[in-house]
Write a protein that binds this ligand. Structure first.
Ligand code: ZN
Ligand code: FE
Length: 249
C-alpha cells in the first residue's frame, strides 16, 4: 500500500495530481483541470491513466474528464453532481470505497463549496485529496452550501489524523495568509505566513499541507477561537468566511 503522488500546476492557480498505486502500477488522476497538462505529466512519468477521481463538478476540476477518457479509456468516478459536465461511470457518496489496485480511498462528504463535493482519503498512506474544501490557510467559497454544511465538512477533514498529507486543489496560500494575518496574530500563524511568502517568492508550491498545520493556523478551523463572541461554532465560521469574502488584501 504505497501511493506515489505527482503534483503539477494547471491553469492559472490549480494543481493537478497523479497518484500511482505502487503494488499494481495503476494510476489515478484527482480532478481534471487541464487534459493537455495531465497528458504531458503522464507522458513525463511514463504512466498510463486508469481512473479519474472527481471531487466536485466545477469545470476546473472535471472539465478534462471527457478528453482524458477518450484518450485513455479510463474510468470516471465522482459525486452525482459531476453529471453537470458529463455523467461519471460510477457515482459515489459518503462512506463508499474506491480501490486503485491495493490502495483504498474512502469517500468523505465535504459539501459546501458545492453541495455534492467529496474528499478522497487514503488512510493507509495518510493522504487526503480535499479539492476546494480546505486550502492551506483557507477554505473554499460557499457557492452552493451554507456555513453549517461547510463547517461540518471541515470538521470531517479536521478529524483525520494530524499527520495526514492534505492535497488542496489551488495555490491560494499567499492571499489566504494575508487575510489570516488580518484576523489572527498568533505566533504560529506569523511564523508560517513568513515561510509562505518566502516560498512563493522562490516560486515554490505551498501545497500539500497537513492537518496539524491547518489546525494550528487556519483561521477557518480556528473560527470559534477567533470569534469567542459567537457561541455557535458554525456561525463563528460563517462570520470568518464572510469577512474573507469582503477582504481586500
Ligand atoms: Zn471549485
Ligand atoms: Fe477549483
Amino acid at each position: 500500500m504505497t501511493l506515489t503522488v505527482r503534483q503539477f500546476p494547471c491553469l492559472s492557480d490549480n494543481y493537478g495530481f497523479l497518484a500511482r498505486d505502487e503494488a499494481s502500477g495503476l494510476v489515478a488522476c484527482i480532478d481534471t483541470p487541464d487534459a493537455e497538462a495531465i497528458k504531458r505529466e503522464l507522458a513525463a512519468a511514463g504512466w498510463d491513466l486508469h481512473l479519474i477521481l472527481n471531487t466536485h463538478w466545477h469545470p476546473d476540476h472535471a472539465g478534462g474528464n471527457e478528453a482524458l477518457k477518450a484518450a485513455t479509456g479510463c474510468t470516471v468516478v465522482g459525486p452525482a453532481e459531476v453529471s453537470r459536465i458529463a455523467a461519471p461511470d460510477r457515482v459515489v457518496v459518503h462512506g463508499d470505497v474506491v480501490m486503485l489496485g491495493e490502495t483504498r480511498f474512502d469517500v468523505i462528504d465535504t459539501g459546501g463549496h458545492t453541495l455534492g463535493h467529496v474528499t478522497f482519503h487514503d488512510a493507509a498512506d495518510s493522504i487526503a485529496f480535499v479539492g476546494d474544501t480546505l486550502f492551506a490557510l483557507g477554505c473554499g467559497r460557499l457557492f452552493e452550501g451554507d456555513a453549517q454544511q461547510m463547517w461540518a465538512s471541515l470538521q470531517r477533514i479536521a478529524q483525520l489524523p494530524e499527520d495526514t498529507t492534505v492535497y488542496c486543489a489551488h495555490e491560494y496560500t499567499a492571499s489566504n495568509a494575508r487575510f489570516a494575518l488580518s484576523v489572527d496574530d498568533s505566533e504560529p500563524l506569523k511564523t508560517r505566513a513568513e515561510a509562505i511568502f518566502a516560498a512563493r517568492e522562490r516560486g515554490e508550491p505551498t501545497v500539500p499541507t497537513t492537518i496539524a498545520l491547518e489546525l494550528a493556523t487556519n483561521p477557518f478551523l480556528r473560527a470559534p477561537i477567533l470569534r469567542p463572541d459567537i457561541a455557535d461554532p458554525a456561525e463563528a465560521f460563517g462570520a470568518v468566511r464572510a469577512a474573507k469574502d469582503g477582504f481586500k488584501g
